[in-house]
Ligand binder design. Structure first.
Ligand code: PEP
Ligand code: MG
Length: 571
C-alpha cells in the first residue's frame, strides 16, 4: 500500500491514466527581425488569454468564481506591465520569444521559490505553469488535455497544474493522485471544489502504475491500493457509500446556527495549527477559531519567528475570519514539543517541567514578542489570547501585567490594537480546575483542554498506549473536573469552551450541554458532526442523561450507557 496526503475527501475507485506533461522544447536562436518576434509574442499572449478565459468560464460554471480566479490570476500575471516590459526588452536585444519568456519567468520563479510561506511558493508554481503554457502557445504545441476521458479514470501525474485540472472531463474522473502538491496547493483546492477525491504528494506514483490498472484511493487517509483484490474493493465500496451517506446527511447542517433541540445557541469552532488551516475552518463552516496552536510556528526551523512574521500570520487569520473569533493560544512548547534552537535543558519529567506558560515566566522575552504581535494584529479582527498550562494564579497575573505594559507601549506609539482584547485561561491541570472559581474572576473566558486535563487528573501519560485503561474522559474524576470548571465559569458569568479532542466525541455531547458548555472547538472535519449532535438533545434530556451518569462509578459503564442513549435518541 502506498500513502500520500489526503487532500480531497472521498474514495476513488477506477482505472489508472498516467498523465505526462511534455516539456516544450525549442531551439534558442538570435533574431534579427525583432518586430516580427514581438508580433509572435503578442499573438501567443492573445491565444493564451483566450484559451485561459475559456477554461476559467468552464471552471466557474463547475466549481465557482473563486476557483476560476486561479486561472484568471494567470491572465493578470501575464498582463503585468513589468513582466511584459522585461520580456520585450530581451526580444529587442535579439533574444527569441521562447528564451525571453523562459528567462524572465525563471527570474520571478526563483524569487518566489526562495520564500518560506505557502502562498509565495504557490505563486512560483503558478509562474512555472504559465511559463510552460506560454512557450507551448509560441510553438503551436497542444496543451495537455484531460478530456475526453474513459469512465472511472484515476489520473496519476507528477503534478497537475491548474490549467490541466481546469480543462478536465469531470464526469469521468474518479480521483487524482500526484507526486507533487500538498493540501493547500491549487490542485487540492480545485479537487475539493470539483468534489473529486485526491491524494497528493505521493512519491513515485507515476513509475509505480501503468495505464488501465485498477486502483483505489482514499482522499481522507491518503491510502492508495494498486490492483486491489475483490474483497479489498468491496470493503472500499462500503467505505465510499458510508462516506457519501454521512456527508449528505451532514450537509443539512451547513450554514445553520448551532442550537440544541430547544433552540438554545451554542457555537462550534475549529482547532487549527497554522495559517492555511484557517481556510479549512472557513470551508467547514466553523463559527470561528477556538484554538490556534501557535507553537507550530516555532517548530521545524532554525531560529525563532520574529514579531513581524507572527503579526502577519495572526493578522491574516483575523482578516480571513472576518470578525469571527480567533483564539490564539500562546506557544505551548516543552513537554513533547522540543524546539532545538532554544537549547532547553533535558528534564527527567518534561510534562511536569518547563512547558508553555512556565517557560514564558522563566524566559519572558519570547512571550513579549508574541503578545505584541497578537495585540497589533487585534486591530484587524476579533483576536483573543489564551494561556496554556496555567496551574497557579500568579502565572495569569504575570501575563496580564505584560499585556498591560505592551498596551501602554502601543498607545504611546499610536499603534492600533483592540483595547478590550479578551484573555482566557486553559483549564488543563487539576490545580487550575480546583481554583477555577478564583481564576474565573481574573479571566475573560475558559477553555478546557481535556487532552492534558485527563493526563494530569489521572496521572496517566497521554502518549503511552498502556495507560489507555486510565486515560479516558469518561472517568468520574475527569467528568467532575469538567463539570466543576464549567460551573465556576457560569458563577462568574464568563463563557467556557472545550478545545481538547473530547469536544468532538458525540458520546460526551449531552453531558456538555447539561453542564452548560458554550462552545465546542473541534477539528474542521468534525464541525458538522458536532453541530448535528447538539441539535439532537433538549436541555431536559441532557440533564436526565447527566443525572444518570452521576450515579455511575465506572468509565466503561458510563460509555455503555451514553452509547445506548445515542442510539435511543437517533430513533
Ligand atoms: C489539550 O490539552 O486539551 C489541548 C487542547 O492542548 P494540546 O493538545 O495542544 O496540549
Ligand atoms: Mg494541552
Amino acid at each position: 500500500m502506498l500513502k500520500g496526503t489526503g487532500a480531497s475527501g472521498g474514495i476513488g475507485i477506477g482505472y489508472v491514466k498516467v498523465v505526462r506533461d511534455q516539456k516544450p522544447v525549442y531551439e534558442r536562436r538570435r533574431v534579427r527581425n525583432t518586430d516580427e518576434e514581438l508580433k509572435r509574442l503578442h499573438n501567443a499572449v492573445k491565444s493564451f488569454v483566450e484559451t485561459t478565459e475559456q477554461l476559467a468560464e468552464k471552471v466557474e460554471a463547475e466549481a465557482g468564481k473563486k476557483e476560476a480566479g486561479i486561472l484568471r490570476g494567470h491572465i493578470m500575471i501575464l498582463k503585468d506591465p513589468v513582466l511584459a516590459y522585461e520580456i520585450e526588452k530581451l526580444i529587442n536585444g535579439g533574444e527569441c520569444a521562447e528564451a525571453a519568456v523562459e528567462q524572465i519567468c525563471n527570474m520571478f520563479i526563483s524569487v518566489f521559490a526562495s520564500k518560506d510561506d505557502d502562498l509565495t511558493q504557490q505563486r512560483a508554481a503558478d509562474m512555472e505553469d504559465l511559463k510552460s503554457r506560454l512557450i507551448k502557445h509560441l510553438l503551436g504545441m497542444d496543451e495537455v488535455r484531460l478530456s475526453p476521458l474513459l469512465p472511472d479514470t484515476v489520473i496519476c501525474a507528477r503534478e497537475l497544474t491548474p490549467s490541466m485540472t481546469a480543462g478536465l472531463d469531470r464526469k469521468n474522473v474518479a480521483g487524482f493522485i500526484t507526486e507533487k502538491g500538498g493540501e493547500t496547493s491549487h490542485c487540492a483546492i480545485l479537487a475539493r471544489a470539483l468534489d473529486i477525491p485526491a491524494v497528493l504528494g505521493t512519491e513515485g506514483i507515476v513509475n509505480r502504475v501503468c495505464d488501465g490498472q485498477r486502483i483505489i484511493l482514499d482522499g481522507e487517509t491518503g491510502e492508495i491500493i494498486i490492483q486491489p483484490d475483490k474483497s479489498t474493493e468491496e470493503k472500499f465500496r462500503r467505505i465510499q457509500e458510508d462516506y457519501y451517506n454521512r456527508r449528505e446527511l451532514l450537509r443539512h447542517y451547513l450554514g445553520k446556527p448551532t442550537t440544541d433541540a430547544d433552540g438554545n445557541r451554542f457555537s462550534v469552532l475549529c482547532n487549527i495549527g497554522n495559517d492555511s488551516d484557517v481556510n479549512k475552518a472557513i470551508d467547514s463552516d466553523g463559527e470561528g477559531v477556538g484554538l490556534f496552536r501557535t507553537e507550530f510556528l516555532y517548530l521545524d526551523r532554525k531560529t525563532e519567528p520574529d514579531e513581524q512574521e507572527q503579526f502577519e500570520v495572526y493578522r491574516s487569520a483575523a482578516l480571513k475570519m472576518s470578525g469571527k473569533p480567533v483564539v490564539i493560544r500562546t506557544f505551548d512548547i516543552g513537554g513533547d514539543k522540543e524546539v532545538p534552537y532554544l537549547e532547553m535543558d533535558s528534564e527527567a519529567n518534561p510534562f511536569l517541567g518547563i512547558r508553555a506558560i512556565r517557560y514564558c515566566c522563566i524566559h519572558p522575552e519570547m512571550l513579549r514578542s508574541q503578545l505584541r504581535a497578537i495585540l497589533r494584529a487585534s486591530a484587524f479582527g476579533d483576536l483573543r489570547i489564551l494561556i496554556p498550562m496555567v496551574s497557579d494564579i500568579p502565572e495569569l497575573i504575570f501575563v496580564k501585567n505584560m499585556i498591560g505594559e505592551i498596551k501602554t507601549e502601543l498607545r504611546e506609539k499610536d499603534i492600533a490594537f483592540n483595547e478590550d482584547i479578551k484573555v482566557g485561561v486553559m483549564i488543563e491541570t487539576p490545580s487550575a480546575c480546583l481554583t477555577a472559581d478564583i481564576l474565573a474572576k481574573e479571566s475573560d473566558f475558559f477553555s478546557i483542554g481535556t487532552n492534558d486535563l485527563i493526563q494530569y487528573t489521572m496521572a496517566a501519560d497521554r502518549g503511552n498506549s498502556q495507560m489507555g485503561y486510565l486515560y479516558s474522559v469518561f472517568k468520574p474524576s475527569v467528568l467532575r473536573a469538567i463539570r466543576h470548571t464549567i460551573s465556576c465559569a457560569k458563577a462568574e458569568g464568563i463563557p467556557v469552551e472545550m478545545c481538547g479532542e473530547a469536544a468532538a466525541d458525540p458520546l460526551l455531547t449531552p453531558l456538555l450541554i447539561s453542564y452548560g458548555l458554550d462552545s465546542f472547538s473541534v477539528s474542521p472535519t468534525s464541525v458538522l458532526t458536532i453541530r448535528k449532535e447538539i441539535s439532537r438533545y433538549t436541555k431536559q434530556r441532557s440533564d436526565e442523561i447527566a443525572a444518570a451518569v452521576e450515579g455511575m462509578t465506572d468509565a466503561e459503564e458510563i460509555k455503555k450507557y451514553l452509547r445506548s442513549q445515542i442510539m435511543e435518541n437517533a430513533e
